[in-house]
Design a binder for this molecule. Structure first.
Ligand code: SF4
Length: 466
């Protein structure tokens, strides 16, 4: 625990600005970092101007991740100088996966960073800040904490300091033991860890009591979650989903990111039985070629993936899937790539994330020097894959026109009087609606579909409900 005194009414709140990169887990972590600081007198602000602390919560998935962090640190120098001119001090902390993977390099090269803190150590932020504040010179104040502590950060985190809005993330699992050869996650997030069911349920109840009606359970391998249930029995992820779904007031439940090898009978049955579980699942496959899947150490075949999808669709016929694809992995031939296109057509993904392969330092695939696919070939394959995915997305969106759909409204649209919400399939839906409906699920008649988003109008009866 921190030895910092709590804030008193005499002390104005200190301001922290958090910039988040990457995945939903980072969004969740950023919220939890603010939670750890709130009891120590910190309040979250929307811009870096005038902030006493800026946290860059970084992501290592994209290429040149560290370089992007250095660029951002360069931009922050001006804010730091302005703050110093006002007689204050802007501290900078770099958190997240770049901090974990390249902490020593960051500390060495970036002169304006005070703290480097890894994803498993951010519950120690208040103590790290107290130590930095107590040190005189900036150079002496550079602290790096990228340990994988024996204590779980989840045990050390306080309750959420504020409501999370209508749609909230909840981390239930972290880390990965799968060691896909292209991926840094097992090194940056560590071994698989499942939070106890009782803790997950308690946090889920608090979030729903705070007004969240949609929860997304998060983990790098979320469906690898397992643990002891409050009934004293061993629970699988499917059992946990059923328990979360029973929380009164919860209307929508989602989870991400899942692994095809961890889709078991209980999870498939949950998709059949749990009404609040949304009919949309992100299930990464990466490639449709068994040769490439083996080189990636995915530990499943394309046929296994097809079987899993078939069983999920039997359980939930309206299920739509999204996925992740890497094109141009070392050794990928045109035939391998065609196998990926065939899988994409067969499953009919209406959404997916697709990237050109690029080596991540420290991963086994980064050492592979043979079979490197030329950039021009990667670019061509990516363009062909994305064209196919784009067509499938447009067709899927067009199939929604004329349907009545429940839409969770949660933000302003582009023009006055317009709101933006999400369909059960995560499609953005634009419609005219009063702001008072924000945070509610309303029935919408879909009247138009674009390549990415839908447009509609409130169904009869919804306006009076406002
Ligand atoms: S399963 Fe996912 S998180 Fe784990 S190593 Fe593979 S890609 Fe990375």
């Amino acid at each position: 625990m921190s030895d910092l005194p709590p804030s008193t009414p005499l002390q104005p709140p200190k301001k922290v600005f958090v910039k988040t990169y990457g995945c939903q887990m980072n969004v969740y972590d950023s919220g939890r970092m603010v939670d750890t600081l709130a009891p120590k007198g910190w309040e979250s602000v929307e811009t870096p101007e005038g902030a006493d602390l800026v946290i860059l919560n970084t992501c290592h998935i994209r290429e040149k991740a560290a370089e992007k962090v250095f660029t951002e640190l360069g931009r922050l120098r001006e804010h730091q100088a302005n703050r110093a001119a006002q007689g204050g001090r802007m501290m900078i902390a770099v958190a997240g996966c770049v901090a974990q993977a390249e902490g020593a390099e960051l500390a060495r090269r970036a002169g304006n960073v005070d703290i480097v803190v890894g994803p498993q150590a951010y519950h120690r932020l208040p103590d790290l800040l107290a130590r930095v504040e107590a040190m005189p010179g900036r150079k002496a104040a550079r602290l790096v904490d990228t340990d994988f502590p024996v204590e779980s950060k989840f045990d050390a985190l306080p309750e959420e300091a504020s409501a999370r809005g209508a749609s909230a993330f909840l981390a239930i699992q972290e880390g990965c033991d799968k060691f896909c050869t292209f991926c840094v996650v097992p090194y940056t997030r560590g071994a698989e860890f499942s939070r106890p069911a009782a803790d997950v349920l308690a946090e889920a109840r608090r979030l729903v009591a705070g007004g969240s009606i949609e929860l997304t359970l998060l983990g790098q391998n979320v469906n690898a979650w397992h643990g002891d249930g409050p009934d004293g029995r061993a629970w699988s992820f499917g059992r946990l989903l059923r328990a979360v779904a029973e929380i009164p007031g919860l209307d929508r439940l989602r989870y991400t990111t899942s692994h095809p090898l961890e889709v078991d009978d209980e999870l498939i049955a949950a998709h059949r039985d749990v009404g609040v579980l949304m009919p949309f699942l992100h299930l990464p496959v990466q490639s449709g070629s068994d040769r490439i899947l083996a080189a990636m150490n995915r530990r499943h075949t394309a046929e296994h993936y097809r079987r899993v999808v078939g069983r999920l669709r039997e359980a939930r016929p309206d299920l739509a899937l999204s996925s992740d694809f890497i094109v141009g992995f070392p050794g990928e031939s045109e035939e391998d790539f065609e196998a990926t296109l065939a899988l994409v057509r067969e499953v009919g993904f209406p959404q997916a994330f697709s990237f050109k392969y690029s080596p991540r330092p420290g991963t086994p695939a980064a050492e592979v020097k043979e079979g490197v696919v030329p950039e021009v070939v990667k670019a061509d394959r990516l363009a062909r894959l994305q064209a196919l995915l784009g067509r499938q997305m447009a067709e899927f969106n067009a199939s929604m026109v004329g349907r009545r759909m429940p839409v969770l409204l949660d933000r302003p649209g582009k023009r006055p009087g317009q709101r933006l919400g999400r369909s059960p399939y995560m499609q953005p839906v634009h419609l005219d609606a009063p702001e008072s409906l924000d945070g509610r699920i309303v029935d919408v008649i879909i009247e138009g579909a674009g390549p990415i988003a839908l447009a509609g109008r409130l169904a009869d009866g919804e306006r009076t409900a406002a």
